[in-house]
Design a protein around this ligand. Sequence first.
Ligand code: ADP
Length: 665
Amino acid sequence: MKFFKKSEDQQHEYIIEELRQKISAAHMPPPVAKISEQELELLTRISPSSAEYTIGITYIDYLVSLPWNKKTEDNLDIVRAERILNENHYGLDKIKERIMEHLAIKVLMMNKKARVLVIDDEEIARKNLAHILVKENYDVMTAADGAEALRVLESSEFDAVLTDLRMGKIDGMDLLERVKIKYPDTKVIMVTGYATVPSAIEAMKKGAFHYIAKPFKLDEVRDTVKRAVEQKSQRPITKGSVLCFAGPPGTGKTSLGKSIAQALGRKFTRIALGGLKDEADIRGHRRTYVGAKPGRVIEEIRRVESANPVVMLDELDKVGRDFKGDPASALLEVLDPEQNRSFVDHYLDVPFDLSSVMFILTANVLDTIPAPLRDRMEVIEFAGYTQEEKAHIALRFLCPKQIREKGLSSNQVDFTEGAVKKIIQEYTHEAGIRNLERRIATVCRKLARKTLQNTGSPESVTIASDSVEHYLGRKKFHFEVIEEQDRIGVATGLVRTETGGDIIFVEAAKMKGDKELIITGSLGDVMRESAQTALSYIRSNAGTFGIPDNFFEHRDIHIHVPSGAIQKDGPSAGITILIALASLLTGRPALRDVAMTGEITLTGRILPVSGIQEKILAAKRAKVKTVFVPARNRADVEELTDDMKKDIDIRLADTIPDVVKAVLV
Ligand code: ADP
């Protein structure tokens, strides 16, 4: 029994000693190291069989395993970065340009050295301090006394001043007072002998940032100057400091994020925010029970073993639906440069510096993102690809990738352009290329199996357009626009959805009744108002439409708007509802291959709407021939690439009659 006891004690001691060594090797910031040591000290006094002991050991073990000071070195070669973005992605020119600008600013900021002025009347001390700081990559100048320091300060701006207390005419205290008056943002650090500690404390009261007692430890100097410089350079929250990629799925957001990481030589990781249910998933659980965990951000940083990875926070727009707590404020603590230098995860209970992490957010739509978060983001919109772009990407990237991943080789399989275009048009219906990649994967999977089954398998297979059906079955999508006839009371509209843009068919019918306007479909109040406005416009202009004034007497009118559009996009169906109604009441069919978008007013004006790019791409996918866009969206139309404008007639309309004339047969 005794023997066991002893060995348990030894084991206990061994564990504690091992942790002690890990703490000193973990390069923690001094305050964190101190707390870890204190926690460890507590553990030596409690029984190893208690729950607290296990919780404590796990906690310290976690702390020491974090990459406190471990960062990958950034590759700041901007030309190389551009090359990597281009090599991995076809098209997306404007988006790449914005990313390059963002990176260039980051590079410039990172390259900008902080400036420190060292003042000491003893030459050796002065030179020593300067030497230490130059090695830390600061831009250092020196002065031998207060008067010289003031002259140097006149000539340029410094982030921090490190001054001896006892000097000639103008001593450290005088200097401090003058600096604080003239350059209030500059941090002043006093260096002082033991004898003068009380006066150093007085200096703190007068606004010094900190004091360092001589003889000092090098780490203390490094740490104090670092903190001073960081505080000085904390700017007011910079709008747009975090990139947000917004757009439908499969448009290359994740893939560009990975390329940014590759270009900078940083680790990359993703956190799907849509799957988080609780604030503790972001901020961590307090460590009061066995099994408490840190939040995902800290977990990921530990996993990638680097304090400066690129972290992609996915599906920002999906957070909040049945989320416990306030996700926006938790995310702000993570993202906001004012706060994230000392992010306190509830489990860690000590600050962890997230300021070198490069966060990239992604979202399908921006409407549901809380305003305080949106203010911090620089939004880059991904609208989707044209058919031609999709075909290029498929042939150059997706097919070779899938062929490789399914164990085939590129000289065994050849996809023709015709086949790829057929897959795009008849087997997918999307703004991005996620399903396209899946379909190509299906073909490759079937080929791989065939290759194994056929002992006498052919040397190479060509996938041409007529063999697509063999691999993927009957076509999945029909072109409702060109394959069906123009009808009375049905108009083709364009809406924005979470997955990009889409076309909808708004239907109107009339029946005997009592002047009721019935609206079905799921767009709620916004859509109801648009329908009401459309009806009132027609009633007040009945003459010009050639319909009797009393057409509404003894009638009900039913408008059906298929669901799908995002809430904020509701009013943009206004013009489509109007055309469906006008078609119904005049008995003139509406051209099915003319699609439209625009909010309407009672006086017949057409107001601008959002998502023009997404809508044009959707119209092209559906083989719509002509699109009416509000005249006040002219700038958005001008921004479209030539590829997007090809094969489609985009017309600007200012008033309702412009559209009525062109669409009603
Ligand atoms: P998202 O994150 O927007 O949903 P992904 O980045 O996952 O989309 O893209 C889906 C797939 O399409 C990935 O395999 C990606 O590499 C590929 N892809 C997307 N856009 C491009 C592009 N412009 N060039 C090459 N490949 C692309």
